[in-house]
Design a protein around this ligand. Structure first.
Ligand SMILES: NC(=O)C1=CN([C@@H]2O[C@H](COP(=O)(O)OP(=O)(O)OC[C@H]3O[C@@H](n4cnc5c(N)ncnc54)[C@H](OP(=O)(O)O)[C@@H]3O)[C@@H](O)[C@H]2O)C=CC1
Ligand SMILES: O=C(O)C1=N[C@H](C(=O)O)C[C@H](O)C1
Length: 239
C-alpha cells in the first residue's frame, strides 16, 4: 500500500514507522509548514491518512477532489460544518472518518447503544475522558462518539463540567468531563448512576499503537470501494 500522511506528530510518526515496518510505502508526510505542497502533488498513493488538525481540512479536501484518492481521517475537533464538508467529500472518493480507530471503542459504542435504552431514564449518564497534557481539543472526539451512540436523536442536554450554584441535576442532562495530564493515551468512562446502583464502562488505551494498527487495517480496505462515506462500525462488523 502507498500512503500520503497528513500530520507528523505523535500519531503521524508512529503511523510512518508501523506502515514502513509492514512493507508499505509512505510517499510523503506533511505538517503545518509544508502542507501547501499537497496542492502540487498528483495521485501518488492509494490512501491519504490524516491525523493532524481541523485547519488542514481545506487542503485535504481539494487534494482528494482533484485526485480521487481515498481518505482515512482520525483528526478530531471538527466543527459540525467541517464534518459536513467531510461527508460531502464522499462524492469524490471513498472517505472514512472516525474519532477512534480502536476495536475496543467500536465494541463499546455498540454495547452502549443496546444498554442505554434499558437504563434510561432512571439512570443518570456522565462521561469522563482522560488524555495527555498535549491534547488541544476537548471534549475528545471519542467522548462525542460515545454520546452520539447513547443519544442518537440528541434528546439529552450536554453539560460540560460543573461549578457554582448549579442546582439539582436535571434528568435530561448528560455530563461530559475532560481531564488532562501526563502521557495518558486515552481513557473513556461512561457512568450510569441509578437508584442505589451504579454501572460503568471503561475503555483504556495503553498506547497509541492500537489507533495506528486500527487505522492501517481499515486503510487497506478503502481503495477500490465505491465513492462514499464509510462508517468504521460498518466496516468492522460488516453491517
Ligand atoms: N481517531 C483516532 O483513533 C485518534 C485520533 N487522534 C487525533 O489525531 C490528531 C493528531 O494527534 P497527535 O498526532 O497526537 O497530535 P500532534 O500534536 O502530536 O501532531 C499534530 C500534527 O498535525 C500537524 N498540523 C497541525 N496543524 C496543521 C495544519 N494546519 N496543516 C497540516 N498539518 C498540521 C502538526 O504539524 P507540525 O508538526 O508541523 O506542527 C503535527 O505534525 C488529533 O486530532 C487527535 O485527537 C489521535 C489519536 C487517535
Ligand atoms: O488526541 C488524542 O491523543 C486522542 N484523540 C482521539 C479523541 O479525541 O478521541 C482518540 C484517542 O482518545 C486519542
Amino acid at each position: 500500500m502507498r500512503y500520503i500522511l497528513i500530520g507528523r506528530g505523535k500519531m503521524g510518526r508512529l503511523l510512518q514507522e508501523t506502515a514502513r515496518a509492514a512493507g508499505d510505502q509512505v510517499e510523503a508526510a506533511f505538517g503545518r509548514e509544508d502542507l501547501d505542497q499537497l496542492g502540487r502533488l498528483g495521485k501518488v498513493a492509494d490512501v491519504v491518512i490524516d491525523f493532524s488538525r481541523p485547519e488542514a481540512l481545506p487542503e485535504i479536501c481539494s487534494y482528494v477532489r482533484r485526485t480521487g484518492t481515498a481518505l482515512l481521517s482520525g483528526t478530531t475537533g471538527y466543527t459540525s460544518d467541517q464534518l459536513r464538508e467531510l461527508q460531502a467529500l464522499g462524492s469524490a472518493a471513498p472517505v472514512l472518518w472516525s474519532a477512534n480507530f480502536s476495536l475496543g471503542v467500536a465494541v463499546l459504542a455498540r454495547a452502549l447503544r443496546d444498554v442505554t435504552g434499558v437504563l434510561r431514564p432512571e439512570f443518570d449518564i456522565e462521561v469522563t475522558e482522560v488524555h495527555h497534557n498535549q491534547k488541544t481539543d476537548a471534549p475528545s472526539g471519542t467522548a462525542k462518539l460515545l454520546v452520539e451512540a447513547m443519544d442518537p436523536r440528541q434528546e439529552l442536554t450536554p453539560v460540560y463540567g460543573r461549578q457554582g450554584q448549579t442546582g439539582r441535576r436535571n434528568r435530561e442532562e448528560i455530563g461530559i468531563h475532560a481531564l488532562r495530564g501526563g502521557t495518558v493515551a486515552g481513557t473513556h468512562t461512561v457512568h450510569f448512576f441509578g437508584p442505589d446502583e451504579e454501572l460503568e464502562f471503561t475503555h483504556r488505551a495503553a498506547s497509541r499503537q492500537i489507533f495506528v494498527n486500527g487505522a492501517l487495517r481499515v486503510a487497506r480496505l478503502l481503495p477500490g470501494r465505491a465513492n462514499g462515506i464509510y462508517d468504521l462500525e460498518n466496516i468492522l462488523f460488516g453491517e
